[in-house]
Design a binder for this molecule. Sequence first.
Ligand SMILES: [Zn+2]
Length: 395
Amino acid sequence: MPLPVLASVNFSLTSRSVLCWIAGVVEGEGYISMSGSLPRLAVVMTDYDVVSKLGSLLGVSVQTHNVRQPHHRTPYGVVLKGSRAAALLETLTPLFGERRRSKALEVLSRYKAHLDGVAAAREADNKELTAHWEQVKNTTSFRQFCRSKGIARRWAKLRLTQSTLKLVNSSSTPEFGSFDALSSEEKLAWLAGLLEGEGSFVSRGVRLFVSVEMTDLDVVARVARLFSRPMHKQSPRKSNWSTSWRTATQGPRAYMLCKQILPWMGQRRSAKIEEALRARDAHAESLGQSSGAHLSPVSALSRKFSDTELIELWRSRTSGSLSSVARQLGVHPQSLKDELVRLNVYTAPVPKCRQIVSYVCAHCEESFLRSAARVHRYCSRSCSMLGNRSASLNF
Ligand SMILES: [Zn+2]
């Protein structure tokens, strides 16, 4: 998909894109939990500049954590607790992947129940106080009544007049429908946030690889869709690890993407990206290509036709199929598709391998997410073994 290139980013919490960036960072490195009866959102990363940017956006200070291994980088963290964490989670929940969304909703509902409990207890207290005041108001003064109760008069007045207290005030933050409803700029901001934590940028010679590996299938599927690349299942490399999913992009697409997300990235990643871009430019120059031209995937097609010509050609086609049009033009269907997608006149159907479907495990009966490419019966290898064994015992 064509994504806009931004010159710089104005980091403020009222911007939708910035909230999308935070959603991406939280999806990668965030930890949502309950702290007593309060919601808690923590983000821990080793890049101080990224964490401090997040901290200043959220209005919390950066904490330095202990290094677990001497060769590790120092982790820094920010923690948001209570009503502010609840407000942020409420805003970001529609943008989270399935696992994080259900955790956020659980935390929010427990917090809501807690607030309802507090409100009910206060209301009962206030009612008791009111009843008591009604009893004694003809024999004692209000001042004496307050002194006997040990509460300030101003507070007592408030409690007598107001039975319930409003605990959560609605904030004026933007509302999000779903991730798919975001604009391309907002999706880009989310991706930048996620890549900051979970992305891996590797340059081998002149080739740049950007990859993401996570255990959340739906999140990786989202990235794969933004990359226009497939994703792959990664078997656990250690026995106590779980299955993860990986998607990667490289070459011109990776460069284009890096240029687009550069304004969002922290110092370490920015330096890496800029170094890779320079290496690529130097290589192109040594080959006698003009520097920069190779960064966007310019196909033979866009050299033959101008953008408007190509749009016209596509709109006035007689047969609908992309491959037949490509055949007429004498180009590869993929390069025609890439151009049409770039020009916003063609939306590629999501291939089955990138469609995520919810299945119910035939053994443990828990629901799980897998690709729609083939039917999955079991959620895990152990369930598959147990399920198959009990099935064979029946015969
Ligand atoms: Zn199972």
